[in-house]
Design a protein around this ligand. Structure first.
Ligand code: PHE
Length: 367
């Protein structure tokens, strides 16, 4: 008897049939015992029971065709028994299938289930949401923009002309291989969320009141308070008759919401190319109430924001697409704050790197 051939049948007597079927049954038993994997089991099933090329089908076709009429019934009965044997061996095989649990493993239903641990909002995102919500309550909506930005939106349209020294203060990470493009089209990692001011104004005529939360990138060496990736919330308000008093009132209110109603603000002259006049904003130290402590380096004040009145030159760039931003008719203010810094203050975090470490021991404290 050849492996793939049809076993020979000596005659049609019951004894001869029994002998022939016993030989095939032994073949089934031997290969069933050798099954070790789900793949082998499937192969066994196909080899014996396959509808077209299965061995059982081939043997029964050959034998039944040659059989005299009176032998067909005893042959048929024996084929049924043989098929049941093959199925029983398949069923009983301990080789694991992808679906079923191995026989050796029983399930103890008295054990507690595996608990999935609940996620928690990251302290940075939580702080960002908190800031955004304060402005939403004042009627601001949320704007977003790309992190990979063009030189035009990150700098030029914000009144940083090519070669202007103010560009140097931003330690820009530029995308390599852009030299063949005109400067304004070259790509970089945005160094601030301010380009979204321009993108938003290009999309809609005044009035505008938006906050822009987002990730920014600078070529800063990492230390306890610096990270090459950090987060800002930008704000922009443009309408008829917006003044510096509106800016002061808005930021003073926002800081009281964020740090408590006893917090005071003060404004110092500063410089940003896209605002004129510009200011840095300090808040009275929320830890010592202004008396002086380690957190505020004994000054009683902490610097937290940059802001100013939108420079008419910025409206000039926007007007190329939205003529409604006529600096003779409208005015506005903008501000930007660092979310990481604020989160670190609010939660007493001493190392900015912890915010980016993904360390569960740190993150679980905010659950
Ligand atoms: N974009 C400025 C920075 O990143 C912050 C700022 C925003 C200042 C809006 C003024 C107005 O330094």
């Amino acid at each position: 008897m050849q492996d793939d051939g049809i076993p020979a049948l000596r005659g049609w007597s019951e004894a001869e049939l029994d002998a022939a079927f016993a030989a095939v049954a032994r073949e089934v038993e031997t290969s069933a015992r050798a099954l070790t994997s789900a793949d082998e089991k499937e192969e066994f099933r196909l080899r014996w029971l396959g509808r077209k090329q299965g061995r059982l089908k081939a043997i029964s076709d050959a034998w039944l065709k040659a059989a005299p009429a009176e032998a067909k019934k005893p042959l048929g009965q024996r084929f049924n028994t043989l098929k049941a044997l093959i199925e029983a061996r398949l069923e009983a095989s301990s080789a694991a299938t992808s679906m079923s649990v191995p026989d050796s493993e029983t399930i103890d239903i008295t054990l507690p289930g595996r608990r999935r641990r609940l996620g928690a909002e990251h302290p940075l995102i939580r702080t960002q949401h908190e800031i955004v919500r304060i402005f939403q309550r004042m009627g601001y909506s949320v704007g977003v923009g790309p992190e990979v930005e063009t030189d035009y939106y990150n700098f030029e349209s914000l009144n940083f002309p090519p070669g202007h020294p103010a560009r140097d203060t931003q330690d820009t990470l530029v995308v390599a291989g852009q030299e063949r493009k005109p400067l304004r089209e070259r790509l970089l990692m945005r160094t601030h969320t301010s380009p979204v001011q321009i993108r938003t104004m290009e999309q809609q005529p005044p009035p505008v009141r938006i906050v822009i939360p987002g990730k920014v990138h600078r070529n800063d060496a990492a230390d306890a308070t610096h990270s090459p990736i950090f987060h800002q919330v930008e704000g922009l308000c443009v309408d008829v008759g917006i003044t510096f008093a509106d800016l002061k009132g808005t930021l003073d209110h926002a800081m009281k919401e964020l740090f408590g109603s006893s917090v005071r603000t003060r404004f110092f002259p500063s410089f940003f190319p896209f605002t004129e006049p510009s200011a840095d904003v300090q808040i009275s130290c929320p830890f010592c109430g202004g008396a002086g402590c380690r957190k505020c380096k004994h000054s009683g004040w902490i610097e937290l924001l940059g802001c100013g009145m939108v420079d008419p030159a910025v409206f000039g760039f926007v007007q190329q697409k939205q003529p409604g931003y006529d600096p003779q008719k409208i005015s506005g203010f903008a501000f930007g704050m660092g979310v990481d810094r604020i989160a670190m203050m609010k939660y007493g975090i001493g190392e900015i790197g912890l915010l980016y470490s993904g360390d569960l021991r740190f993150l679980e404290q905010f659950a």
